[in-house]
Design a protein around this ligand. Structure first.
Ligand code: PLP
Length: 501
């Protein structure tokens, strides 16, 4: 498969290996496949009986067709076939009613959906580096609002030739997320809290990427900088797999017949997760509607209803922090596809966003978007109410991100009456956000003064559900990465992690 940029058609199409190594196109655009592979009904039928790794190979092989078959198979096995994901099924589908199911994407080592791609990416990246003839060591630099950093650390831990350095806002992550990072193990990882919020951490890291002088020093010491965020196609492609897998599970358990359409509801932030669902649909997966769910940071919901994307608003801190985002980078790929790959239109919109903080699409494009997508959002009281309702009605525990999805699904039902079988994507374990979940289910007094680890035990007692092992063992792990730094210290700290002081 060859790839091109969303912002120009002039460059020579590049290989998947180059796409993974580079992350972003030289013109600032995002890489997309030149052709979208087809998933035939016949293949889909075979996949119903297959396991997750087999489904992953069938979906991913066309995107990475210059990889040796054996290498790709081994990478997939190492990510999904071993004991990295708890339970028999990597991404189980929990049927709540004849018209609704939940797709659990948090059985990996960090208990959030980022593992689905970040368990595979390191294997793919090593092979991409080899194929692209890069013989330098790679420094992966991440600014995280919580889940990405931990999943990148876990995915790349002890991978030879790669070092991972993560910065998280010391005041902007949940207790559990902080514990996950300060206890991170591995000989090639560095983790630092940054005094400030996510934007501060992000700004510091971006400054390092943009520092030509520092990059030259890195290069002469045999290092190259890379990133693991969701604009990298290597993170997007593995996400197409679980949409296909969820569909197969729904057929296998008799909830739908092969060929029936389904809806997917996706709690969204940077728009990477739901974009993979869109690609699955374009490949031929029978999808009726994609419901994009936002929290109080409702820039995407506004966009789908008005056609205007306007980031000029204040960022709200919510109980679903991984969706507290104002610029959804992956929307660029959707605009490209929906505009029939009009790269100059995309370039214009992105330059509007850059210079004015907003852009507006025409009525025709908006109509096309609305035929595939429905956007909605909910506020904080609705999140709490939804966690409580789903617990009392189904005895099922939602995390706050998934609750946003469930609440918006209810709005979608009320507004459209669409009775298509619907799969709500669950992006995190409730045990990652126990304070919110306990308060929602048992009331404000119930959590009392407990926080973090103690609340995990409280949530277990309250629901009779056991916390995932990687969460419950946090209390017994040693703190290895206690350091916090000022934003201004980030460049120096990065230099020191690769021995360039
Ligand atoms: C990252 C994340 C999201 C948002 O996903 P995007 O791909 O950025 O839209 C939602 N929920 C959780 C728990 C996450 O970690």
């Amino acid at each position: 498969m060859r790839y091109r940029s969303t912002r120009s058609s002039t460059g020579v199409p590049v290989s998947s290996a180059d796409v993974i190594v580079r992350g972003i196109a030289p013109d600032g655009g995002l890489y997309v496949p030149v052709d979208i592979p087809r998933l035939s009904e016949c293949t889909l039928r075979d996949l119903v009986r297959a396991d997750y790794s087999e489904r992953a190979f069938a979906i991913l092989q066309p995107f990475f067709d210059e990889f040796a078959v054996k290498t790709l198979l081994n990478s997939i096995k190492a990510a999904y076939g071993s004991n990295r994901f708890a339970g028999q099924v990597v991404a189980p589908l929990i049927v709540l009613s004849p018209s609704e199911a939940i797709l659990e994407l948090w059985h990996g080592p960090t208990a959030a959906f980022k593992d689905m791609a970040l368990q595979l990416l390191p294997h793919i990246m090593l092979e991409a580096l080899r194929l692209a003839g890069v013989d330098r060591r790679i420094l992966i630099l991440v600014a995280t609002s919580g889940d990405t950093g931990k999943a990148a650390l876990e995915g790349f831990r002890d991978v030879p030739g790669i070092r991972v350095t993560v910065f998280y806002p010391s005041e902007g992550v949940s207790d559990i997320q902080r514990l996950q990072m300060v206890t991170q193990q591995g000989g090639n990882v560095n983790v630092f809290g940054v005094h400030g919020d996510f934007d501060d951490a992000q700004t510091g890291v971006k400054r390092v990427f943009g520092d030509a002088d520092f990059n030259n020093r890195l290069a002469s010491a045999g290092w190259a900088l890379s990133s693991a965020n969701s604009i990298n196609w290597g993170r997007l492609a593995p996400q197409i797999v679980y949409y296909t897998s969820a569909y197969c599970e729904a057929v296998a358990c008799g909830a739908i017949e092969l060929g029936d359409k389904v809806n997917f509801v996706v709690p969204s932030g940077n728009f990477g997760n739901i974009l993979a669902a869109y690609y699955a649909m374009r490949m031929g997966l029978p999808v009726n509607r994609l419901v994009c769910a936002s929290n109080k940071n409702n820039v995407l919901a506004d966009f789908f209803s008005t056609g205007v994307y306007d980031r000029r608003r204040t960022l709200h801190r919510t109980t679903s922090p991984s969706m507290d985002i104002l610029v959804s980078s992956n929307l660029e790929r959707l605009l490209f596809e929906v505009s029939d790959r009009d790269h100059s239109a995309v370039r214009g919109l992105m330059s509007d966003l850059q210079s004015t903080g907003r852009y507006s699409i025409g009525a025709e494009l908006r109509g096309r978007l609305q035929s595939a997508f429905w956007g909605g959002w909910c506020d904080e009281p609705e999140v709490m109410q939804t966690i409580r309702d789903v617990w009392s009605e189904h005895r099922y525990v939602l995390d706050p991100h998934t609750a946003v999805g469930q609440a918006v699904y209810k709005q979608y039902l009320a507004s459209t009456g669409d009775d298509t079988f619907t799969i709500v994507v669950s992006t995190a374990s409730p045990f990652k956000f126990p304070d919110t979940v306990v308060r929602a289910i048992a009331g404000n007094g119930a959590a009392g003064s407990t926080c973090g680890l103690e609340t995990i035990a409280a949530l277990e007692r309250l629901t009779g559900v056991a916390a995932p092992v990687p969460i419950s063992e946090l209390g017994s792990l040693a703190v290895r990465n206690p350091e916090t730094v000022e934003v201004s210290e980030i460049p120096r700290v990065v230099a020191s992690t690769v021995g360039l002081d």
